[in-house]
Write a protein that binds this ligand. Structure first.
Ligand code: GLC
Length: 562
């Protein structure tokens, strides 16, 4: 266990830009795991920590520096664990706290840092605080956002906010006398009541939770809904404004930064200092740097790559916007091609591309209307992997993307549990298709996900994943897994220094940039091009004759010292 040691440096690159001065988190490759979908150790058909421990070598072989574990706390699982019952424990179904401590020890022994998810915007409705609140305990009620309804009998919600999962952001409670009572705010599902971050008890509680995990050696946190903790005083109507694209009184209030300044001081007091990565969806991009001030959060995900079309111009703009934030703040860019909330990239790239950006909703709305060309999607996803792993900053790899898994689109409706699906009345398929258990080995489901004899996992794996298991791909030099391993190894060797990105001239449809001695070219079409002669090919995302960069393919070339 580490002990607090007082303020320490944050790993800002030194004036001479030397690589040695870069803290680990500035250049890391981080592997994201949904524990229930990763590997089942105890044979109940649900992924767990014994399963994750048994597969840690896969991460070490892949060549990542850290693992980010999605919420592992006790939870009724209404929202994939983002509905927390107890922040100081681990769900018994995952193996409990003792398994988590073993996992931390083993990950660290393999040289892997560990990031957890912290979910501060809301608790589960099963959290002791919320139960006490519903039972009428005034002090507990003050930790949430209970308000009287509008209208004569209070039967209208206190304001007009929509929940992110559809429907109103408010649910009415029933008083002790059995009569309808006040309403409580939930930005997500009704089972996820929002906390009142103006209440000092809430702030103190989360500082204590951070310390609880930091004391156990956790290296940092991904901050869930980092922009949402504070709501505008008085909870005014949103008047139809869209949370995602317009300023909304429920998101991104100035007071939230006081919270992160307090958290940063806590993280900096550890040796080594602990880190935070923000999930901050801000409607006005110019507000993102506020979260990345030197005394706040260390980095924030770049979300544009999750939705940007497979086209050269839009990708170039996305990269430029990300690097501009890094330049302004000194915080590294955190790149990701996918995560547990969006359609997997193989499927996004397998259909006709929007002009600039798609969105989760528009991607899922296209299901059924156009047959996906998965081979095409996979080729583009492999090229995209060489693109993002070469960028300055961090790269996040979502479990299964290194296997080239696609979104599973044909999950029967009655097996889907994502609240986005249920609350949309089944119109939106929701996010279950990106959380299907991983295929590890063997010829038929569950492909080594569970030990023999276990019940089938809830979400069915497609039979053709037999060709995509980790074991099959480890034996195949041309597999997506082999590509990720090669790319991450080369990245560690050649691309984790402070070398800036410089754009290069390239044929039409080809994105080209240089970092240090590496020239990166990505061919978005319309035709195959010749690779520059005289440069050594380091890695290419797909097969091709020597000297050629086909359409939907990327390559790294060694062009010598700059
Ligand atoms: C974040 C998570 C998402 C979750 C939501 C509510 O956006 O990434 O999975 O549903 O927060 O906690």
């Amino acid at each position: 266990m580490s002990t607090p040691t007082g303020p320490v440096a944050d790993g800002t690159p030194s004036a001479d830009g030397s690589a040695a001065a870069l803290a680990w988190w500035r250049t890391a490759a981080v592997y994201q795991v949904v524990p229930r979908s990763f590997a089942d150790g105890d044979g109940d058909g649900v992924g767990d920590l014994p399963g994750l421990r048994s597969r840690l070598q896969h991460l070490a072989d892949l060549g990542v520096d850290a693992v980010w574990v999605n919420p592992w706390y006790p939870s009724p699982g209404v929202d994939n664990g983002y509905d927390v019952t107890d922040y100081r424990d681990v769900d018994a179904a995952l193996g409990g706290l003792a398994q988590a401590e073993e996992f931390l020890r083993e990950a660290h022994a393999l040289g892997l840092k560990v990031l957890l998810d912290i979910v501060p915007n809301h608790t589960s409705h099963t959290h002791a605080w919320f139960r006490a609140a519903l039972a009428g305990d005034e002090r507990a009620r003050a930790r949430y956002l209970f308000r009287p309804g509008r209208g004569e009998d209070g039967s209208l919600p206190p304001n007009d906010w929509e929940s992110c999962f559809g429907g109103p952001s408010w649910t009415r409670t029933t008083g002790a006398d059995g009569r309808p009572g006040e309403w409580y705010l939930h930005s997500f599902a009704p089972e996820q009541p929002d906390l009142d971050w103006r209440n000092p008890e809430v702030r103190a509680e989360f500082v204590d939770v951070l310390r609880f995990w930091f004391d156990r050696g956790v290296d940092g946190f991904r901050v869930d809904v980092a922009h949402g903790l504070l709501k505008q005083e008085g909870l005014p109507d949103a008047l139809g404004r869209d949370r995602r694209t317009e300023e909304h009184p429920g998101w991104d209030q100035d007071e939230v930064h006081e919270v992160y300044r307090e958290w940063r001081a806590v993280a900096d007091a550890y040796d080594p200092p602990r880190v935070f990565v923000a999930e901050a969806w801000v409607a006005r991009r110019e507000r993102l740097p506020l979260y990345l001030r030197p005394d706040e959060l260390h980095m924030a995900f770049e979300f544009d790559p999750l939705h940007v079309a497979w086209r050269e111009g839009p990708w170039r703009r996305v990269i430029e916007r990300g690097l501009a934030v890094a330049q302004l703040t000194g915080a590294p860019s955190a790149w990701a091609l996918t995560n547990h909330d969006v359609v997997r990239q193989v499927t996004r790239y397998a259909r006709s591309q929007p002009p600039e950006h798609g969105s989760n909703v528009s991607e899922r709305a296209r299901w059924g209307s156009e047959v996906p060309d998965l081979a095409l999607g996979r080729a583009r996803a492999r090229a995209a992997a060489l693109l993002t792993t070469a960028l300055p900053g961090l790269v996040y790899v979502y479990a299964g993307e290194e296997l080239g898994l696609e979104e599973v689109e044909d999950i029967p409706a009655d097996l889907r549990t994502d609240p986005i699906h249920t609350r949309s009345g089944g119109r939106d398929p929701g996010r279950d298709g990106s959380r299907v258990p991983l295929p590890w080995s063997g010829q038929r489901p569950p492909f080594g996900f569970s030990p023999p004899g276990a019940p089938a996992p809830r979400l069915p794996q497609p039979p053709h994943w037999a060709a995509l298991t980790a074991a099959a791909q480890a034996r195949d030099e041309g597999s997506t897994l082999s590509l990720y391993r090669r790319a991450l190894r080369l990245r560690r060797e050649l691309l984790t220094g402070p070398e800036p990105l410089r754009w290069c001239e390239a044929p039409e449809g080809v994105l080209a940039f240089r970092r240090g001695r590496v020239l990166v070219q990505v061919n978005f079409g319309p035709r195959a091009v010749a690779l520059p002669s005289g440069a050594r090919l380091l890695v290419r995302s797909g097969p091709a004759p020597e000297g050629v960069l086909p359409v939907d393919t990327a390559a790294w070339l060694d062009v010598g010292a700059p």
